[in-house]
Design a protein around this ligand. Structure first.
Ligand SMILES: Cc1ncc(COP(=O)(O)OP(=O)(O)O)c(N)n1
Ligand SMILES: Cc1ncsc1CCOP(=O)(O)O
Ligand SMILES: [Mg+2]
Length: 352
């Protein structure tokens, strides 16, 4: 029997031990099958075995099992939206690594109330885990484009501007203010202008460590050596756009329904735009998806998703409350008195 006063402690320990084991297993599989690293795979396996030995010698397994009460555990129904959105291997490894370290810390703290010697040994394991996790995270291969896309929060659709100098100055000041992705979207510009601006913006994006994509036109995106193309439901299908621009560039797809999100993900899109959420000044629509669609989308997207359509500082919090922390805008920056200040303000809201 487990004394009532210890039930909660043993439940915490049991849940945390399971969490550490799951995290270690996740990274073991990554080490073994993805990067085929025998040394990392063995380090994590050894960590798992050390934890099992320590638990078996210091804690009563029957008390741990007696305290387990999964059906009544409210934590099994509290799942964050981020868990649904975790899909790239970088995110999986990063999440597993933080789960291991946090749970070891919990075991150490609550373990102190049972056996100080046990807690000390868990502390040593935590240091080892920290070292192994840092080393595996450094190995996860990630391209510049993937890295920037993962981090991206604020995406701007911009036109070609009156002249090249203004175009360049605008990208420079907005990138400094926090715009992560630029898309050249100008339905009135000639192919030649789109191409020439794209060549310049693609080079600038490398210098400024941000992304530059071309709207609609996979041919121009590839010819200008840009970071990718954004296609809607009326342009080239994502798979065909991918054939045109190649595997290393990004394909973004506009989605307005659950089916379109599923299809974009099947077709290998790197990210999606979800909208139009609200009415805006840049493009009019007969129907707006609203935040209800964002709530649904947030639970099913496996790739980065940007909410788009009429978003500005007055309504961005509704988008965040619906589970999105990435937005794509035009009017909110284009029509602002001080576009850089508006970008910095929106970015601060998104990252906090
Ligand atoms: C990031 C992002 N999301 C959605 C769109 C809209 O694309 P589309 O539906 O093809 O409409 P147009 O932009 O071509 O008018 C986008 N461009 N970017
Ligand atoms: C191109 C596009 N597609 C969906 S909404 C939209 C316009 C985005 O601009 P704004 O942020 O000004 O509404
Ligand atoms: Mg389009």
């Amino acid at each position: 029997m487990i004394p009532d006063s210890l039930t909660a402690t043993y439940r915490i320990l049991d849940a945390s031990i399971n969490r550490v084991s799951e995290g270690i297993r996740t990274i073991e599989e990554y080490s073994r099958f993805e990067i085929e690293s025998v040394s990392h795979s063995e380090s994590f396996k050894s960590l798992r075995h050390q934890l099992t030995r320590l638990v078996n010698t210091s804690l009563s397994r029957s008390m741990l099992l007696a305290a387990r009460n999964t059906p009544d555990d409210i934590g099994t129904v509290i799942q964050t939206k981020a868990e649904y959105n975790r899909t790239t291997k970088i995110q999986i490894v990063a999440a597993a690594s933080s789960r291991i370290q946090q749970s070891l810390r919990v075991i150490e703290e609550y373990g102190k109330t049972i056996d100080a010697g046990f807690a000390k040994e868990v502390e040593q394991l935590r240091y080892q885990a920290y070292h192994h996790c840092a080393s595996i995270e450094r190995l996860v291969p990630v391209s510049r484009r993937q890295r920037l896309l993962e981090q991206a929060k604020l995406y701007l659709l911009m036109d070609v501007h009156e002249d090249l100098e203004m175009f360049v100055a605008s990208i420079r000041s907005l990138a400094a203010a926090g715009v992560d992705v630029f898309q050249l979207r100008d339905k009135d510009a000639s192919d030649r202008t789109l191409y020439e601006r794209s060549v310049v913006a693609a080079k600038l994006a490398i210098e400024l460590d941000c992304l530059f994509l071309v709207n609609d036109r996979a041919d121009i995106a590839a010819a200008a050596d840009s970071d990718g193309v954004h296609v809607g439901q009326d342009e080239l299908p994502a798979k065909i756009a991918r054939q045109v621009i190649g595997d290393s560039r990004l394909v973004g797809v506009s989605t307005h329904t659950v089916q379109e999100i599923e299809q974009a993900q099947i077709d290998g899109a790197n990210y999606i735009g979800c909208g139009p959420v609200f009415g805006g000044r840049t493009k009019s629509f007969s129907h707006y998806v609203g935040t209800a669609f964002l709530e649904k989308a947030a639970t099913m997207t496996t790739i980065p998703a940007f909410a788009i359509g009429g978003i500005d500082e007055t309504n961005v919090n509704q988008v965040i409350d619906a589970g999105f922390d990435r937005i794509a805008v035009t009017g909110a920056l284009r029509d602002a008195e001080d576009p850089a200040a508006a970008a910095a303000h929106l970015k601060a809201i998104l990252v906090n």
